[in-house]
Design a protein around this ligand. Structure first.
Ligand SMILES: C[S@@+](CC[C@H](N)C(=O)[O-])C[C@H]1O[C@@H](n2cnc3c(N)ncnc32)[C@H](O)[C@@H]1O
Length: 357
């Protein structure tokens, strides 16, 4: 046995299980970095000059803090590509940190947006309470871990708490704007559309960007829960409409949705898609941007990010909501009455799916 444990494969296995067992350090360190606003402190309007933990600390906590502990967090996240570490020989081997491309996603842009609110949104207390209950989704999938932990479904829980509601809106803007920029660079499917409905459009960022690029879309209807649209900003050309997509959806030449179907069960998706079908004219289309998982399981970042998101959905939103394959989406759309299906790949996380009536 001793000999076997000294073999290369056993050493690798022991290392891998330590890494997995301590993995929680990674997202919680990322959350700490966001809470401390480290990315903006390093970025400083684009200078991105490598700074020591003490120098960063002086910017984020002028009244003082523990530089050594900050450095421990920076080192760990360097191994995940969030920071670049620079060890200066002349400064006695001091470690300094700048932002990588990944780290830059946390920097607040000129519109006040970044991926930082998304990180915070995912690590709020109510969501964290659900995580120790993931196994419960296997034992009894009729109630989500989030509901078991908090007594209520996530979306209705968020809208009852003004702070959570606003953080959700900010998180959605932060992640959706860069994605929509990529879509608008390559996608021509909005041609000929005059009235476009965004189902679950949150603050209306996607519509604002689509209308900005395509002036022929004269009317945008941002459709979301009443409490959500009540907090949405005024956007020229966009009417905010509060409602419930399970009851009915406003009419449009085309319907857009991003990150909606994923959080619902197959039966619920079918209902949403049937309501979209009813709201579309003959020849109209539903344009859905959703995370789409590959058929094969592998160790790539893409597959991991998509499968991690799948467990997030199972834990927080719907125990039987899920990240689906293209084929699962195609079959759902057919069951709701759509006849033709196309997919476009402008992003590694979301796939743009067109369902034609
Ligand atoms: C994951 S978010 C996506 C937001 C936005 N489409 C984006 O990608 O930035 C899902 C959205 O669906 C909305 N939603 C949830 N239940 C809904 C319902 N029954 N009717 C309409 N919208 C709903 C939520 O309020 C939320 O804004």
């Amino acid at each position: 046995m001793a000999e076997r444990e000294a073999s290369e494969s056993r050493k690798q296995a022991r290392l891998a299980i330590y890494e997995l067992a301590n993995m929680i350090s990674v997202p919680m360190s990322l959350n700490a970095i966001v809470r401390l606003n480290v990315a903006d402190a390093i970025w400083q309007s684009g200078s991105n000059t490598p700074l020591s933990a003490s120098e960063i600390l002086a910017r984020i906590l002028p009244s003082g803090g523990d530089a050594e502990n900050l450095q421990r967090i920076l080192r760990l996240l360097t191994t995940y590509g969030v920071f670049a570490e620079h060890i200066t020989v002349d400064d006695g081997g001091q470690r300094k940190y700048s932002l990588t491309e990944i780290g830059k996603t946390l920097v607040t842009d000129e519109d006040g947006l970044s991926y930082a609110p998304y990180v915070l949104q995912h690590h709020q207390d109510a969501l964290m309470r659900a995580w120790p209950l993931v196994h419960e989704a296997v034992v009894d999938s009729t109630e989500e871990p989030f509901v078991k932990a908090n007594g209520e479904a996530a979306y209705s829980y968020y809208v009852k708490d003004p702070e959570m509601n606003e953080l959700m809106l900010k998180a959605m803007s932060g992640v959706s704007v860069p994605f929509m920029k990529a879509v608008l660079e390559g996608y021509d499917g909005f041609e000929g559309v005059e009235r476009l409905v965004d189902v679950g459009g949150s603050g209306g960022d996607c519509l604002r960007m689509i209308l900005g690029k395509h002036p022929h879309v004269r009317e945008g209807i941002n459709f979301d829960l009443p409490e959500v649209v009540a907090k949405a900003p005024v956007i020229p050309g966009v009417t905010h409409v509060g409602g419930d997509m399970f009851k009915s959806i406003p009419q449009g030449d085309a319907i857009f949705m991003k990150w909606i179907l994923t959080t619902w069960t197959d039966e619920e998706c079918k209902k949403i898609m049937e309501n979209c079908y009813k709201a579309l004219p003959e020849g109209g289309k539903l344009i859905a941007c959703e995370p789409v998982v590959p058929e094969e399981s592998d160790e790539s970042h893409r597959t991991r990010a998509l499968l991690e998101g799948d467990i997030f959905v199972m834990t927080i939103y719907r125990a039987k909501g899920k990240h689906r394959t293209e084929d699962q989406f195609r079959r759902l759309a057919l069951s709701a009455g759509f006849t033709r299906f196309r997919s476009f790949h402008f992003d590694y996380f979301y796939t743009l799916l067109e369902f034609h009536k």
